[in-house]
Design a protein around this ligand. Structure first.
Ligand SMILES: [Zn+2]
Ligand SMILES: [Zn+2]
Length: 138
């Protein structure tokens, strides 16, 4: 087998594998999408990690979430301070009896101590916000 034949064979195999993988991914993702959940910007509170990324949260799952970078259960919703623009993880106590809005106000910005901060929007949410005027959404 010369090298060009080899490349073609590899390509054909690769395409086949990708096709099969996406076929199964599509089939498998269907029931997952029916599960209630949302994409959110998360931030890891682990000082050795502190990464920020977009992750999928299944509805009803209380923080902390498992960080996809360090694998520790130290990921929280990322918040943006409205005063100093600092981004920090919203470390909330696990209390399912409290509504989320109440939990949000129990923490201050670690940079400036402000209590005015908002959830960091995902890329998709940012796009939506650019498209539509913000007034439509409360
Ligand atoms: Zn981490
Ligand atoms: Zn701040």
């Amino acid at each position: 087998m010369d090298s060009s034949t080899k490349t073609v064979v590899t390509l054909v195999l690769l395409v086949g594998v990708i096709a099969a993988a996406s076929y199964f991914a599509v089939r498998r993702s269907k029931p997952d999408e029916e599960k209630l959940g949302y994409t959110a910007v998360l931030m890891c509170a682990n000082p050795d990690c502190k990464r920020q990324y977009e992750g999928r949260i299944v509805a009803g799952t209380p923080p902390p979430f498992v960080c996809k970078h360090c694998g520790k259960k130290t990921a929280y919703r990322a918040m943006k301070c409205l005063d100093c623009s600092g981004i920090f993880p919203l470390v909330v106590q696990e209390d399912p009896t409290k509504p989320e809005s109440e939990e949000i106000r129990t923490q201050e910005c670690p940079e400036c101590g402000s209590r005015y901060f908002e959830i960091v929007p995902t890329k998709a949410e940012q796009k939506e916000a650019e498209k539509e005027p913000r007034a439509t959404e409360e």
